[in-house]
Design a protein around this ligand. Structure first.
Ligand code: HPA
Ligand code: ZN
Length: 329
């Protein structure tokens, strides 16, 4: 039995494997600046978050139809099922697809259909979270959120992603106020490359229920105390942090000290097609450097479900699966 976990920090567009990008480009007769999969793979050396985002946004242009969204979501869920994911809260970037002229209804219904099939086939439960771009004007996010609410698009929450430095959470207060007033869950990327102050802002101004990444909290002792006291979930993505140079090597990763400090951390894969792997690869890499005990692994898995937005009864069921795993190890 694999360690049962909840995947709470995964960008759908970040699961686009090079093979899928080439196949979708061929299907839609889109010319890419690379002629082979190896040529594309050769671009996967990143020096910062921005250097990754440039390629990430360029590649997602190959997504053109409802079927494309269904297909890539299904491919991800199959992969997730293989590595013990029992619940997924999937991010997608609506602005990227609307900007390209797609109908938001096609994007969301394609994703939703695959999520529902995975629930039927494998019992993987789900939530869907629309992430707004912090590099784009907040007014654009606000207009799109208003439209999603008016047209009753099936989303469970909103997030905030893309370039962090220079785009503080305070710019998005109105967007998050509107989301919360409409019963949507709220999360935000903060403290990935940006300073601890952005985490304070996400908490105090956006009133987030979860912080994505959040590793820079360690620069601010008062902030750590608050995050521990509130048991504020932090969705940590170890392979992403290494590949985007937020942390030098896995041996330097702060996850063990965060766990030790009592922070509510869990492990996630962010953009697995770009960063060297899915949930299983993240755990394998952590084990190689830190050889976590059964107790530590159990705590990480428990945290992932406790940090999720699934209802209480389902949460208890998932937590029982974690305890069953712990009893076998
Ligand atoms: N950070 C910010 N935006 C993103 C990321 C990330 O790690 N992945 C996809 N969009
Ligand atoms: Zn992310």
């Amino acid at each position: 039995m694999k360690l049962p976990v909840a995947e709470l920090h995964i960008h759908l567009e970040g699961t686009l494997e090079p093979e899928m990008i080439m196949a979708l480009a061929a299907k839609h007769s889109i010319e890419l600046p690379y002629s082979s999969i190896d040529g594309l793979r050769a671009q996967y050396e990143f020096s910062s978050l921005q250097s990754f985002l440039d390629l990430f946004y360029a590649n997602m242009m190959v997504l053109r139809t409802r079927e494309d969204f269904h297909e890539i979501t299904m491919a991800y869920l199959q992969r997730a099922n293989d590595c013990g994911v029992r619940h997924v809260e999937l991010f997608f970037d609506p602005q990227a697809h609307v900007e390209r002229g797609m109908d938001l209804r096609d994007v969301i219904s394609g994703i939703r259909e695959a999520l529902n099939e995975a629930e039927e086939n494998w019992g993987i439960s789900h939530k869907l979270i629309a992430c707004f771009w912090r590099h784009a004007p907040a007014s654009e996010a606000l207009d799109l959120l208003r439209l999603m609410i008016t047209e009753k698009h099936e989303i469970d929450g909103i997030g905030l992603d893309s370039s962090e430095l220079g785009f503080p959470p305070e710019l998005f207060i109105e967007v998050f106020d509107l989301a919360r007033a409409n019963g949507l869950h709220v999360v935000a990327h903060a403290g990935e490359e940006g300073p601890a102050d952005y985490i304070w802002q996400a908490l105090d101004l956006l009133k987030v229920e979860r912080v994505d990444h959040g590793i820079r909290c360690l620069d601010d002792e008062k902030l750590v105390q608050r995050l521990v006291a509130e048991q504020m979930p932090l969705t940590v993505c170890p392979l992403s942090n290494i590949r985007l140079r937020a942390v030098d090597t896995m041996a330097d990763h702060p996850l063990p000290s965060m766990l030790e400090a009592g922070l509510k951390v869990s492990v996630h894969s962010d953009d697995p097609a770009y960063f060297g792997g899915y949930m299983d690869a993240n755990f394998a890499s952590l084990m190689e450097s830190f050889n976590f005990s059964t107790e530590q692994l159990t705590q990480l898995a428990r945290n992932s479900f406790e940090s999720s937005f699934i209802d209480d009864a389902a949460k208890q069921e998932r937590l029982a699966e974690v305890e069953a795993w712990a009893n076998q190890h």
